[in-house]
Design a protein around this ligand. Sequence first.
Ligand SMILES: NC(=O)c1ccc[n+]([C@@H]2O[C@H](COP(=O)([O-])OP(=O)(O)OC[C@H]3O[C@@H](n4cnc5c(N)ncnc54)[C@H](O)[C@@H]3O)[C@@H](O)[C@H]2O)c1
Length: 334
Amino acid sequence: MRIGILGLGRIGAFHAETLSGLDAVESLVVADPFADAAKAAAERFGAEVADSPEALLAAGVDGLVVAAATDAHPALILAGVEAGVPVFCEKPVARTMSEGVEVLKAVQGSDVPIQIGYNRRFDAGFAAARAAVQAGELGTLHTVRCTTLDPAPPSAAYIAASGGIFRDCSVHDFDIIRWVTGREVAEVYAVGGNRGADYIRAAGDADTTGAILTLDDGTIAVVSNSRHNKRGYDVRMELHGFADSIAVGLDDKLPLRSVEPGASFPSGTPHDFFMDRFTDAYRAELTAFTEVVAGTRPSPCTVEDALEAGWIAEACTLSLHEHRPVTPAEVRQG
Ligand SMILES: NC(=O)c1ccc[n+]([C@@H]2O[C@H](COP(=O)([O-])OP(=O)(O)OC[C@H]3O[C@@H](n4cnc5c(N)ncnc54)[C@H](O)[C@@H]3O)[C@@H](O)[C@H]2O)c1
């Protein structure tokens, strides 16, 4: 099949490399307003270059991968759907929830599939955790702990456009909690602090947060995030039930140093970047998209799914600012 890629920045170039290695993908067409980015990808992966998203769609593609900057997502998703081309779009659906709701309304009733890029759904560890919960191996689930810690803060420009740590970072934890547990979030209470880079405080954002999510069956989920985790990129989930307890991300590359005498675990080089931590997950995610394009599976992460994680991020943002518990229903629009 022939896949078009819009946006050849950090993640777009990485997806181009992954796609060029998939058996199902015969050729790539790429476009980016930053012509050098498109040209570099074309040279590296033997892709054709189109001058614009319109030209790329007119060149005839079987599937469209949108890895452009977030503010371009809505228009590019809709352009793909209007052309009848299945779309994979990086998270989030849009810069704001109201724009995301507009996208949902515009595509409702269309049979063109859209897959949003919540890559953790394709990680072997998270998939095994979901299977264990579904099989009842943990008994009654009572506690989930979910962690995403970045080695260093992103640039000031990135922070200013990110919408804040809950919408930018914790949203991956919120999506995976829903997906692994199969439950919805009933209420959140969030706290945050800022003792690092001044530009994060100046942007009205927090560099470190904690959120307690009460799920609709009473399970308590604790989400921990920070932009300052020098030891590495730490993504983990622990699930505790009446019958058993399991962990995702508890491997030799876990960026944590045990101070127990005699303990040698973990002994590997710590993960230091999301692309290294989730290389296999990104490959599985894009392989799934080729199956969506081929019509052999439905979208594994719909616009509705992505918006649900977004409402939880909105609720946490409000909770942090107003120091009170908030329900996703309170912030939901549309
Ligand atoms: N799922 C994940 O793990 C993950 C990780 C990183 C980024 N992302 C998402 O991917 C998107 C891109 O992030 P990035 O870090 O690669 O950003 P980036 O700034 O490195 O790259 C964005 C690219 O998009 C191009 N672009 C802007 N408007 C465009 C348009 N209309 N058509 C085509 N190209 C356009 C820019 O010129 C730039 O080259 C963001 O939405 C981000 O949230 C997701």
